[in-house]
Design a binder for this molecule. Structure first.
Ligand SMILES: Cc1cc2nc3c(=O)[nH]c(=O)nc-3n(C[C@H](O)[C@H](O)[C@H](O)COP(=O)(O)OP(=O)(O)OC[C@H]3O[C@@H](n4cnc5c(N)ncnc54)[C@H](O)[C@@H]3O)c2cc1C
Length: 438
């Protein structure tokens, strides 16, 4: 067998140990590369979006956030600071160019569909890929493959969501529609006002995304990866080849690097030659600790549920019941607005009437984190302009947990000069170099 000269020994530094960096590390090791992970915080810790997401391995999440006609709602985004999507007034001038691209990307159904096909290729077997990764890391029980539920007050509310389901169907997603009786038989904890449901059987969920990332990184280290706790600040190139990643004032000698720093990837990408419109869509979660231990022993959901009237996902997890959602555009530095998390807490009581009201304060935990979002809802996966030794792997927005499994494989294929297993054109970081049409 002919081995490429560097195939066994190429040393890659992966910047960021969220879900994307963690899976990339495992897949790079599987491809025979030497791996060093550079992470500024704890792997899978609270600083990472990968810690606090809803845990949905939703292989059907192919609809990018912007949809036709969304521009009409922009004044509301700015004027209602507590709406499900809010833009902080002070941040508006800074985010305006990103916002224009965001609206343009969903301007027509054809654009939504194009992105959906691309995302489907990234997501299609996400639950199975994650199950394999979790099994290898000894935490298979964290990945459930029992489907996900979307609940609507009525069939007409589902039909109002018609574009999304129509486009999903075109990409090959299939589901089961549930009338009220079937919906409540499947999920008895749900409020009776939900009279129509959609069960997506192919999807799954993770019962503790932070612990999952921690276990994947521990597995990568057990397989030979090195791990350095430091902030990466730049690169040293010589004649177009990468020689080192700079971190904590020192050079880490290497042959290749992966930028997987989530919402913090923009400055690093610029140093690798690409000025990219990466923005943070801040999101929140609330966990009710082990609600089965509450004195009233409430009836608890068994399946993850997305409810249309609250625009949030509630997921049964190891630690308790988590509800996650909200989109707040306010940049990386602004303080959290915990009122938004309280809204999610109140939604829980509206969705699951068996929970005790008010929920005991001591059982509640609030979190805010940064979705790394490109305006067109598609991540950047590809070589950097400065050198093919640097691979971009960030910008996974609302679907980074689910889509990380295939992203890691693609990263390893790029690092080993193999043909990527799916078409990477829709994820090409250079797509933003072209002017965009509204
Ligand atoms: C409320 C909410 C709900 C969500 N729900 C879902 C869901 O149900 N399903 C789903 O698929 N996705 C969901 N997402 C999105 C998903 O969480 C993210 O897309 C994904 O976690 C991004 O992973 P990442 O590895 O790119 O970034 P992160 O998880 O943010 O990891 C980046 C890591 O890089 C480190 N880092 C940053 N800069 C540096 C540096 N210079 N040097 C070294 N280290 C650095 C950070 O410390 C961090 O650990 C949700 C997100 C939110 C906020």
């Amino acid at each position: 067998m002919h081995l490429r000269p560097h195939a066994m020994t190429r040393h890659v530094v992966i910047i960021g140990a969220g879900i994307v960096g963690a899976v990339s590390a495992i897949e790079a090791l599987r491809a025979g590369l030497r791996v060093t992970l550079v992470e500024a915080g704890p792997a899978g810790g609270e600083q990472a979006a990968s810690y606090g997401n809803a845990g949905w391995l939703s292989s059907h999440s192919v609809i990018a956030p912007a949809e036709p006609g969304l521009w009409k709602k922009v004044p509301g985004f700015v004027l209602d600071p507590l709406g499900p999507l809010a833009i902080r007034m002070r941040y508006l001038p800074q985010v305006a160019p990103w916002l224009m691209r965001y609206l343009a990307s969903g301007w027509t159904e054809a654009r939504v569909e194009k992105t959906a096909h691309a995302l489907r290729a990234l997501l299609v077997d996400a639950p199975a890929l994650h199950h394999d990764l979790a099994s290898a890391a000894g935490v298979a029980a964290l990945i459930e493959r029992r489907g996900l539920l979307h609940a609507y007050p009525s069939r007409s509310d589902f039909e109002a969501d018609g574009l999304a389901w129509r486009v999903r169907h075109k990409t090959g997603v299939r589901w089961q529609e549930l009338q009220a009786d079937a919906l409540h038989a499947l999920e008895p904890a749900l409020h009776p006002r939900y009279q129509f449901g959609v069960w997506v059987g192919e999807a799954g969920h993770c019962r503790d995304p932070g612990a999952y990332v921690g276990a994947l990184v521990a597995h990568a280290c057990a397989q030979g990866a090195a791990s350095i706790c430091a902030q990466a600040t730049g690169f040293r190139f010589e004649s177009g080849r990468l020689r080192a990643v700079r971190a904590a004032g020192a050079d880490i000698g290497c042959d290749a690097a992966v930028i997987a720093a989530g919402a913090h990837s923009r400055a690093l990408a610029a140093l690798a030659g690409d000025l990219l419109p990466l923005e943070t869509e801040r999101g929140y979660h609330v966990i009710v600790d082990a609600p089965q231990m509450l004195p009233e022993r409430p009836q608890l959901p068994q399946l993850p549920v997305m409810v249309s009237d609250c625009k949030a996902g509630a997921t049964p997890m190891e630690r308790g019941l988590r509800i996650a959602g909200q989109v707040e555009i306010a940049g990386l530095k602004a303080a959290p607005n915990w009122r938004r998390a309280e809204i999610l807490r109140d939604h829980l009581l509206r969705i699951f009437p068996g929970l005790p009201a008010p929920l005991p304060a001591a059982s509640l935990h609030y979190w805010m984190g940064h979705r790394p979002s490109m305006p067109d809802g598609r991540p950047c996966i590809g070589y950097a302009s400065a050198s093919r030794d640097v691979v971009h792997a960030f910008g996974h927005g609302h679907i980074g947990l689910a889509s990380a499994a295939r992203t890691g494989r693609l990263v390893a294929q790029l690092l080993s000069d193999r043909t990527p297993e799916i078409d990477l054109a829709p994820f090409d970081p250079r797509r933003f170099a072209r002017p965009f049409a509204p």
